[in-house]
Ligand binder design. Structure first.
Ligand code: ATR
Length: 280
């Protein structure tokens, strides 16, 4: 539970970290809930991660989020990694327990699924094949979430086929790894397509995919939020597809973090979205 007699502390560790919109998000929730506390960007070099994580407890932090490049390395430092984070292979959130030990979990999967649900009420993972483009850390959280939600067929396309195969072998179930040259055809008959590659992000190359085989009824999602509408999403929208951008994934992954740190489940409101969108 939240402690009105104590200044609440949390933050995000990354390198670099100043681009992160997480402080804006969490500090909005401190204000909304009338709590004395703050959420700070913590610029931590990779070689300083272990010392920084161990300092959370003595400094009185409830926990922290982790961003690039710490999500994998932190798994070796915390005292316990939960089953979800183990399956995804990365920690996005650290919780300091009462005895000072650190537990790691991953809220990216929750963030992705809840964002899609919030933006597209009535969406179902099992309504048809899903094409997932990319097989990095983001893809693992997306594939895990989709499989958990009951997706019956996940066509996982990646530039490096071996990375897609690794996920398909580890997760099993509905995931089928496909080579990069099949990316255009993988959209045929799909109910949803998700870009999890870095392509389309500011400063990165465009996602090279033709949408002509994607049914107009399909939902197109991106986990990128800078820019808010990637060229891939813009192309999908222009041909009539519904789209979901990546900002809400970031906003929604904060909810279970707050629940674990402060015992409160905050809301992702339209006001919060608009406030963060204005800064992008
Ligand atoms: P994250 O953890 O954010 O998902 P990542 O693990 O570096 O980031 O994964 C990036 C993804 O984008 C990978 O699927 C990568 O493909 P490879 O596995 O072949 O490296 C994909 N990616 C990056 N640049 C790409 C490009 N120019 N064309 C196609 N895919 C690209």
């Amino acid at each position: 539970m939240a402690h009105p007699d104590r200044f609440l502390l949390a933050g995000v560790m990354g390198w670099p970290v100043m681009h992160s919109r997480s402080p804006m998000l969490h500090n909005y929730w401190f204000r909304k809930h009338g709590l004395a506390g703050t959420y700070v960007p913590l610029a931590i070099r990779p070689e300083g991660l272990a010392a920084a994580l161990r300092a959370l407890h003595p400094l009185g932090f409830a926990g922290c989020n982790l961003t690039i490049p710490h999500k994998q390395q932190a798994m070796k430092i915390v005292n316990e990694v939960d089953g979800l984070a183990k399956a995804i292979g990365a920690i996005s959130c650290v919780v300091v327990r009462a005895d000072g030990s650190l537990s790691g979990t991953n809220n990216d999967c929750y963030g992705f699924i809840h964002n899609v649900r919030q933006e597209q009420p009535g969406w179902r993972a099992d309504s048809g094949p899903v094409a997932v483009i990319g097989a990095g850390g983001g893809s693992r959280a997306v594939c895990y979430g989709l499989a958990q939600e009951g997706a019956k067929e996940i066509r996982l396309v990646n530039r490096t086929l071996a990375h897609a195969r690794e996920i398909a072998e580890e997760f099993g179930g509905p995931i089928k790894a496909l080579p990069w040259d099949e990316r255009h055809d993988a959209l045929e008959g799909a109910a949803m397509v998700v870009n999890t590659t870095s392509c389309g992000m500011v400063g990165q190359p465009l996602l090279d995919i033709r949408l002509d085989k994607l049914p107009k009824t399909a939902l197109a999602a991106d986990i990128i939020y800078i820019p808010l509408e990637t060229p891939f999403l813009a192309a999908a929208r222009k041909r009539g597809n519904r789209t979901v951008n990546g900002l809400g994934m970031l906003l929604n992954q904060g909810r279970p973090a707050w629940k674990a740190w402060f015992g409160i489940e905050p809301e992702v409101t339209a006001e919060l979205r608009a406030m963060v969108e204005k800064t992008i």
